[in-house]
Design a protein around this ligand. Structure first.
Ligand SMILES: [Zn+2]
Length: 161
């Protein structure tokens, strides 16, 4: 899914419980942070026509950030910096997994690339998650989910004034 959808999903997750500002921010960020491994795209495009193109996007996107090892690091950070530690850490863990699930079901690339998720990395390469029914990154289900999250966000904002 796109970073915008991930962000909204993370934000809604963060508002599922009574958290303070910092705790909410950490849960929201946990929903987006796996895509930090996508910043290689900048380097890849910048060096595309050079003699030594860097393939950081092709090689590392969905590899470095989309796995249980990185999830545990992020969850530990959530625990360390929260006041309600277990609640925040649980929601950070959930938010991170919603990201993985979102990518699993709806992140097929325009060229048909499925971006398998190496879930057990870096401990094991045994699981490489893909789903045959995966829809495209710009497919309609993502638009529906995004719209639903925007509506939920507005509703939360209205309810809390
Ligand atoms: Zn992702």
């Amino acid at each position: 899914m796109s970073p915008v959808t991930h962000f909204l999903l993370g934000w809604v997750t963060a508002n599922a419980a009574k958290l303070n500002r910092r705790e909410r921010a950490m849960v929201t960020i946990a929903g987006v942070i796996p895509d930090a491994d996508g910043f290689g795209l900048v380097a890849e495009i910048a060096t595309r026509d050079s003699a030594h193109p860097l393939m950081w996007w092709s090689e590392y996107h969905h590899v470095l950030g989309h796995n249980i090892g990185f999830c545990l690091l992020v969850t530990a950070a959530g625990y360390a910096f929260a006041t309600r530690r277990w609640l925040t850490a649980s929601l950070v863990f959930l938010s991170f997994h919603l990201h993985l699930l979102g990518d699993l079901v709806g992140a097929r690339g325009p060229d048909g690339e499925q971006w398998p998720i190496p879930y057990l990395s870096p401990f094991s390469a045994a699981w490489q998650w893909t789903w045959s029914g995966q829809w495209a990154l710009n497919g309609w289900p993502n638009l529906v989910i995004t719209a639903a999250m925007v509506a939920t966000t507005l509703w939360l904002a209205w309810r809390r004034g």
